[in-house]
Design a protein around this ligand. Structure first.
Ligand code: AMP
Length: 223
């Protein structure tokens, strides 16, 4: 019988590298990244009812209600590409979301394969997140201090010249987001520890170093 496609969760505060590493796992293993932050930002841009309700909450650095997030995630999980296996980036973020995910997977005869906690220092996250921006064309990430394009104003990857910054990537909102993480999301580490699927990864090092630790975990849990 073919192995079930992996369901991976990336846990960690804003700036821990969840999005960056999820995109790398897509490249390395052909998995599909599901970012509730990206889905919500798309809903805000499209001006849907969910997007209108979520906008101010996101700008304040707080968590959008479980009802809205779960509706968006269920729609996304109904798309056929998730059969390749998924990396959940930024979901679940509350105990209610974790329980809903367990129930959704159980219906399909599945369970979480691994929940990876990216372990970082809060203060460093404020500096990391406050200066970051991305290419509007290909999504490549940059940082005012740590990673500028080789040619100023031109994306190294696609040559694009339009860049964007998230409205919530400023020091004040990052502090709120860190608080929300510690109050509502960090307790999920214990939830997954109890399911014996938790993997802790020290994530203050290089992107390449974290990528290779994650590759080791994914290789092991999907074997
Ligand atoms: P992210 O892109 O994961 O940093 O998420 C950006 C913002 O979207 C968060 O600060 C929340 O306001 C909202 N958000 C994203 N995912 C969730 C979630 N699973 N539950 C509640 N709010 C979320």
């Amino acid at each position: 019988m073919a192995a079930k496609p992996p369901v991976l969760i990336l846990l960690g505060p804003p700036g821990a590298g969840k999005g960056t590493q999820a995109r790398m796992l897509e490249e390395d293993f052909g998995l599909v990244q599901l970012s509730t932050g990206d889905l919500l930002r798309a809903a805000v841009s499209a001006g849907t009812e969910a997007g209108k309700a979520a906008k101010a909450v996101m700008e304040a650095g707080q968590l959008v209600s479980d009802d809205i997030v779960l509706a968006i995630l269920r729609d996304r999980m109904a798309q056929p590409d998730v059969a390749k296996g998924i990396i959940l980036d930024g979901f679940p973020r509350t105990a209610g979301q974790a329980a809903a995910l367990d129930a959704l997977l159980a219906k399909a005869g599945q369970r979480v394969t691994a929940a990876v906690s990216l372990e970082v220092d809060d203060e460093a996250m404020i500096a990391r997140v406050s200066g970051r921006y991305t290419c509007g064309g290909c999504g490549e990430g940059y940082h005012d201090e740590f990673k500028q394009p080789a040619k100023a104003g031109v994306c190294d990857k696609c040559g694009g010249t339009g860049f964007k910054r998230r409205a919530d990537d400023n020091a004040e909102t990052v502090r709120e987001r860190l608080q929300a993480y510690h109050a509502q999301t960090a307790p999920l580490i214990t939830h997954y520890e109890c399911q014996s699927v938790l993997e802790r990864v020290p994530a203050m090092g290089s992107i390449a170093g974290v990528r290779s630790m994650l590759a080791g975990i994914v290789g092991r849990v999907s074997a």
